[in-house]
Design a protein around this ligand. Structure first.
Ligand code: NAP
Length: 489
């Protein structure tokens, strides 16, 4: 059990101002925004609320230091990230508590996210010194080609509330490794984790102006003028498809490089030949990580008719046994949803499926208490045409849709504009490969329920996004290719 005094100390310990040009400043307007604890609905604290004037101050700083930062030795850029990794891990416990307080996930998951965020810094620390080019002869032998990589320039980074530290680290890590300056706009629900990350990176040696952080209650007023300014050269966004599409339109004016990690609608396919223990375990991870509030969350669980009843029964037992409560409490496995609106949406999707004939195996209603709790829910016999099969649920609801044949499962799984991740459980190797190839998603979890890993290329296709974060390609998103043609051979 975490003591209230400790909670106060970790919240008090965060710089609640704007980070601009290496200084912690109050916003020009003096405004603040309130940060809520979603497990109680009460206000945790207030933080500085940036406006357009502050955004331009951050842009001035980013533009001013960009040329020198681009020349900063790659090894030293890497060492800064490595120190950031170590500091995050040293302070994992307090950072996890801070994250749980503002976002709601249980402490064990927050610890996991701090480690995940740190791992992005470690991964990109290692990548900073591996930015390579090439030297070759032109095919006609009359010139030489020198190909080099250079940082794209100042970047606008926009992150959501569901992974408040890892989504920032996943963007800041490669930006710093590549030699780009960056302005981070965290989600207004969860600015504390982002501010704490920035403070740690400052302590790790990020020079002034290289990273600015602008919490704001008016996202458009901070980001749009910068995207339309011309000095920002890249926008990296994680969030919903609707907002991503709008940012792409804004980015068109100055033809910005873009990385878009957008919404998901992951199908989770369980074939009759699957190991049912593994499938249930994988479904628990794919569904319940982050209270179901993950872009990678299994949104539609397709179970073949031979295995569907047992899969549904066993998944319901596991879901029904989960402990719901405030994430700071010992033994709690499921925290609250982020706000009342999120919970209303989940209830609406459950009601719609039930009205169309789905059966509630477990849950199906809000949890107790003042926070935005929702009971872990399994719905069986869900018709494919239910609203939830086309909508990101973003909550602890597992809808099971039965299917007969592989062709039918694939057609239903691909029947969505999203294409982030899918999951497949089967013990037939040929089927595993055939189905993985046919699924229209950027990632596939094959007999595993989690795909996120800093060393792997994370990202989606179709309306789930553009570009990849992590893996060897993660840094590429922050680099331009320059070719120098050398004559006089
Ligand atoms: P969201 O509403 O799109 O917000 C994401 C971020 O964009 C927030 O910081 C938000 O700030 C900002 N934003 C909203 N409107 C903006 C505008 N007009 N200009 C600039 N910024 C703007 O998404 P969310 O509800 O926070 O997050 C959930 C979504 O993120 C889901 O769709 C989920 O699938 C997706 N996600 C994707 C990934 C991935 O890697 N593919 C990972 C995690 C989450 P405000 O709240 O102030 O508007």
């Amino acid at each position: 059990m975490v003591l209230a005094g400790h909670e106060e100390r970790v919240v008090d310990g965060v710089a609640k101002r704007l980070l601009i040009g290496g200084e912690w400043r109050d916003p020009a307007s003096g405004a603040t925004l309130k940060v809520e604890d979603p497990s109680t609905g009460s206000v945790l604290c207030e933080v500085a609320d940036a406006g357009t004037e502050d955004a331009f101050a951050a842009l001035d700083a980013a533009g001013r230091v960009q040329p020198t930062w681009a020349k900063h030795p790659p090894r030293e850029r890497g060492e800064i990230l490595r120190r950031g990794y170590e500091l995050l891990m040293q302070r994992q416990e307090d950072l996890a508590l801070l994250m749980t307080l503002e976002m709601g996930k249980p402490l064990a998951e927050s610890r996991g996210e701090v480690a995940y965020a740190a791992d992005f810094l470690r991964w990109f620390a290692e990548e900073a010194v591996r930015i390579e080019g090439s030297y070759s002869m032109a095919p006609n032998g009359q010139a030489r080609f020198l190909v080099m990589r250079q940082p794209v320039g100042p970047c606008m980074l926009i992150t959501p509330w569901n992974f408040p530290m890892a989504m920032g680290a996943r963007k800041i890590g490669p930006a710093i490794a590549a030699g780009c300056t960056a302005i981070l706009k965290p989600a207004p629900q969860t600015p504390l984790s982002a501010l704490a990350l920035a403070e740690i990176l400052q302590e790790a040696g990020v020079p002034e102006g290289v990273l600015s952080v602008l919490p704001t209650s008016s996202a458009g007023a901070v980001t749009e003028p910068l995207l339309r300014d011309g000095r920002i050269r890249k926008v990296s966004f994680t969030g919903s498809t609707g907002v991503g599409r709008m940012l792409l339109e804004q980015s068109a004016e100055h033809v910005l490089r873009t990385s878009m990690e957008l919404g998901g609608n992951a199908p989770f396919l369980v074939f009759d030949d699957a190991d049912v223990d593994a499938a249930v375990e994988g479904a628990m991870q794919a569904k319940m990580r982050n209270i179901g509030e993950a872009c990678t969350a299994a949104n539609r669980l397709y179970a073949q008719s031979g295995i569907a009843p047992e899969f549904a029964r066993r998944l319901s037992e596991r879901m029904g046994a989960l402990t719901v409560g405030r994430g700071t409490q010992e033994g709690v496995q499921v925290g609250p949803l982020i706000d009342a609106k999120a919970r209303e949406k989940v209830q609406h999707l459950v009601d719609d499926a039930v009205n169309r004939g789905a059966k509630v195996m477990v849950g199906g209603e809000p949890g107790d208490g003042a926070g935005y709790f929702y009971r872990p829910t399994v719905l069986s016999d869900v018709p494919q045409e239910s609203e939830l099969s086309g909508t990101e649920i973003f909550g602890p609801v597992a809808p099971i849709i039965p299917f007969q044949s592989e062709e039918e499962a694939l057609a239903d799984a691909n029947d969505t504009e999203y294409g982030l991740v899918s999951y497949v459980y089967t013990s037939d190797l040929n089927r595993a490969l055939r189905v993985s190839e046919a699924l229209e998603t950027g990632m596939v979890g094959l007999n595993q329920g989690i795909v996120s890993n800093p060393a792997a290329p994370f990202g989606g296709i179709k309306h789930s996004g553009l570009g990849r974060e992590g893996g060897r390609v993660g840094i590429e998103e922050f680099l331009e290719t320059k070719y120098i043609g050398i004559g006089g051979v």
